[in-house]
Write a protein that binds this ligand. Structure first.
Ligand code: KG4
Ligand code: ZN
Length: 338
């Protein structure tokens, strides 16, 4: 039996300072997440400079807490994983600098991780038997990707958004409805009580057979609906608008995912990223999956939104596939997946 690999992972790409300890890429020994959401909420979104400063204040405390909760010391670490992009440059730099300092001091290997790959790998933690290949939908605040995962660390990017990301659409529409940041969870909750057929919003499928997405037209349609209703003095039922908007987003996400899975004869669709926490998306995907004999997998809520455990998993799979970084590792704010 091979020796266990203990990974220390750091994630600071946006507004969560998170540090995790993993054993062999699938077993989480600790996953500490310090969210700055309460600080950014009063600005209606993430303020990059504030995020960087908060990461600096927090990072050493969170690293120690992750080690303590995992009941290990620095000497037990075999590998350091850290998010190198995509994300906010100043925020990423805090994590990268800390990770490089630790790797240098311990003389241990370091792996710079793509944040989106991390989101996908959250599923390896949740589903212990999950192995590639599979069809994957990544829906986060900054990205919307349809991916065919050929192997660990080997991705075929089949579709992406041409404008707003799915999570971004949720956040912008929430703001227009006067709801707090981040909008996704609030809309998700309201949508459960609202009527999804109340307002007819467009479903944007783009060209025939395209796997790309576009959500900015839908956002504009919601804004126009709200403006017209206000001008006419009509009552706006927020939960109905939320439910109708959410339905327009998830129908397109689900149908394109199912279409790709069928085209590739793939019997599993894996969902990842913050929007994978959406209950409407999960249940519609499961309903359609049942009809098409496709199994639907997604991580538990805490592993959907930003966390370092998913970065540790991705670092491990890169490491065992020989993809290791060095101390020249730098941040890449607009890093692509493939
Ligand atoms: O993956 P994530 O934590 O950060 C990025 O990498 O962007 O995703 C954050 C996004 C936000 O846009 C947030 O509104 C959305 O995920 N989100 C949700 C839900 N929970 C988080 N969107 C819809 N329904 C949810 N339950
Ligand atoms: Zn993320």
């Amino acid at each position: 039996m091979e020796k266990d690999i203990i990974t220390l992972a750091i994630e600071t790409s946006c507004d969560e300072t998170s540090v995790a300890v993993l054993k062999n890429g699938r077993e989480v020994l600790s996953n500490v997440i310090s969210s700055q959401i309460d600080i950014h909420r009063k600005f209606g979104g993430v303020v990059p400079e504030v995020a960087s400063r908060k990461h600096i204040e927090n990072i050493n405390i969170i690293i120690q807490q992750a080690l303590d909760e995992a009941n290990i010391t620095f000497d037990d670490i075999d590998l350091i994983g850290v998010t190198r992009g995509p994300g906010l440059v100043g925020a990423l730099l805090v994590g990268i600098s800390s990770a490089k300092a630790i790797a240098y001091a311990l003389n241990k290997p370091i792996v710079g991780v793509n944040h989106i790959e991390g989101h996908i790998c959250a599923n390896y933690i949740e589903h212990k038997d999950l192995q590639p290949p599979f069809t994957c939908l990544v829906v986060s605040g900054g990205h919307t990707y349809l991916i065919y995962v050929r192997d660990y660390t080997d991705y075929e990017l089949v579709g992406r958004t041409r404008d707003d990301a799915a999570g971004e659409a949720f956040d912008k529409v929430a703001r227009a409805l006067g709801l707090p940041y981040p909008g996704g969870p609030v809309i998700d909750k309201l949508a459960k009580e609202g009527n999804k057929d109340a307002v007819e919003f467009p479903r944007v499928y783009l060209e025939h057979n395209s796997y790309d997405f576009s959500f900015s037209g839908l956002k504009t349609a919601v804004l126009n609906y709200l403006n017209q209703a206000r001008q006419k003095g009509e009552e706006i039922i927020v939960k109905d608008v939320a439910a109708s908007f959410q339905q327009a987003v998830i129908e397109v996400l689900v149908e394109k995912s199912i279409h790709l899975a069928k085209e590739r004869h793939s019997d599993r669709i894996v969902i990842a990223g913050g929007v994978a926490a959406n209950e409407g998306l999960r249940s519609l995907m499961e309903k359609r999956g049942n009809e098409e004999n496709i199994k639907i997998l997604y991580p538990s809520r805490i592993l959907c939104t930003d966390n370092a455990a998913m970065i540790g998993s991705a670092a491990y799979f890169n490491y065992i596939n020989g993809k290791v970084s060095d101390l020249y590792l730098n941040v890449v704010p607009n890093l692509d997946l493939a």
